[in-house]
Design a binder for this molecule. Structure first.
Ligand code: SF4
Length: 141
């Protein structure tokens, strides 16, 4: 194996509890310990985590959390929420986040990744290497 994804989906505990009660019951400290162990085993920029944009989180806190992930060697793969027709999210009137918000968050995190020398394609496997669900690769990260 060349890379691993350990996907937290959101760094906001209230969002985690609301959208993913199972995963949300796992304390963030356990994710942090798992990421650190994965970086020890796989190396820096060989570990990624999904961060969804549009679940109700504060965009500035999302970006700050992404900075902390980058500092520990984890690639924050930011992806906009895309509710599918017929799912509970659509029934509850949730829609995809505004393009301007997605662009702003993506560009800020891409700049931090580029500055850290962490490019998704370098993971060679997994979502960070593929990049199709987000726009970080289009922003040079
Ligand atoms: S299309 Fe690519 S980025 Fe999206 S889920 Fe599949 S592997 Fe991950």
């Amino acid at each position: 194996m060349t890379a691993i994804g350990i996907h937290v989906e959101s760094l906001d505990d209230e969002v985690r509890r609301r959208w993913m009660p199972g995963k949300g019951s796992v304390p963030m400290a356990e994710y942090e310990a798992a990421w650190d162990e994965a970086v020890r085993v796989f190396g820096r920029n060989r570990v990624s985590t999904y961060l969804l944009v549009g679940l109700g989180e504060d965009p500035d806190e999302l970006v700050a959390g992404a900075r902390r992930l980058i500092e520990r060697g984890v690639y924050p793969f930011v992806v906009p929420l895309r509710p599918m027709a017929g799912t509970l999210a659509c029934r509850d009137g949730i829609s995809a986040p505004p393009a301007d918000l997605v662009r702003d968050v993506t560009e800020r995190i891409a700049a931090m990744l580029r500055a850290a020398g962490m490019i998704g394609a370098d993971q060679r496997a997994g979502c960070a290497a593929c990049g199709a669900c987000g726009a970080l690769s289009a922003a040079g990260a």
